[in-house]
Design a protein around this ligand. Sequence first.
Ligand code: BES
Ligand code: MN
Ligand code: ZN
Length: 497
Amino acid sequence: MPEFKLEFANFSAPARGVLVVFCDDTLKLGPQTRKALGEAADLVARAAGSERFKGKLGSALDLVAPGGLRAARLVVVGCGKARDLQSRDFVRLGGVALGKAPSAGGDLTILAELPSGAMKPDAAADIALGAQLRAYSFDRYKTKKKDDEAQPAAIKVTIGVGNAATVRKSWDRRAPIADGVVIARDLVNEPANILYPDEFAKRATALRKLGVAVEVLDVKAMQKLGMGALLGVGQGSVRDSRMVVMRWNGGARGDKPVAFIGKGVCFDTGGISIKPAAGMEDMKGDMAGAACVVGLMHALAARKAKVNAVGAIGIVENMPSGNAQRPGDIVKSMSGQTIEIINTDAEGRLVLADVLHYVADRFAPKFMIDLATLTGAIIVSLGQEYAGLFANDDKLAERLTSAGQDTGERVWRMPLGPEYDKMIDSKFADMKNTGGRFGGSITAAQFLQRFVGKTPWAHLDIAGTAMGSPQTDINRSWSSGWGVRLLDRLVTEHYER
Ligand code: BES
Ligand code: MN
Ligand code: ZN
């Protein structure tokens, strides 16, 4: 990632490098913006006409070396109907603005003003968040640059605001979230030869310096707990499985925690039910649920969230080998329930089964939310725009849906029910790990539900949203870090004291 430097300054500070300003869908500019542009303000209307720029949300008008301005480039970004703008829109606008920074790095000045005047502190901080997320790239394994590429310099972003001190305060809440997203993206982008279960666990222990209690359970410890479902998945790999339990206690003493559980399959070959070769490299990202949980715990701890939170991740590698689990094998989960393995590629639910039971049993949390790149079927259902949401609790589902609308990390509720549950009954054991060709995401969720007991629970199938991400205004990377912003918002809105 090129170095990203962020500053807030009052509007009157001189603009450096590329200057980004905002207008609405009548091309109106704010008063401070007009002042900063001087005569160049009139250029905007003229150029807009010839470029058919209408100020639509997220569109941009580029003006090179505008007369009367020190800035090398002036970019006018449309914000549509300024009164309708929500948090997710400001984040997006920050991404659009950063996208106008010179690719070789340098200065970018963004005037956080709407036609009606200075953006509210939270909105200006959202602009900064979007800019930082857009600036992310994963290039730690690139040793060569193309001939014409200079060493990329730092991107220095100055955001012009009405009151720098109050915006900085808003930013102090968001910077940890941005960092959490970056942590999640980095983990997902890392290849599996580098990021295997023990290494993943080690990286999670970095949270200790923020005051998070981090426990790492090895194979022996999990054997003692009877986690036969999780351990069965990892037994074919030379890389030992791990479970990591992270606890942040920022809430009232004795207040029940909220709990987040992540699928951490560092690589999913499918095991003996091996996957086809094409695209299998993407399965290095099959730990995106666990990555999100680590990123989220970072965000909560770094911003000292007033909540008690547990993060628990099951980390394994699913490999074929002489010691790998077979179709037909029957394993015993920590809950005592037995599982017939039909397809070794349906491994995520096996990992989650034991972690969900462990968390429900040990912490009796207010709720559990698990995140998992669980099924290809959810990508067929919802594409890459929405994650699948399954829940046994309507209030939790509604809160997640509304946090999704606020942040732009949207979820779509899917059904659960006894008819689907029946599909995973087994001839030989309490259940089987696949339910046939129909409703694959739903039968996977039914499987998980058998391990949550009475705990309010939601499952997010993020196979479509976490990786292989489309290029958006706030993300140019293969991984998105999906879920960190969503769950931080959920906690902020409903669970902080
Ligand atoms: N990790 C995959 C799901 C996946 C697929 C994630 C594509 C991201 C992109 C999961 O472990 C898996 O293999 N699921 C199987 C389940 C089937 C065997 C019942 C699937 O979706 O095909
Ligand atoms: Mn699989
Ligand atoms: Zn998987």
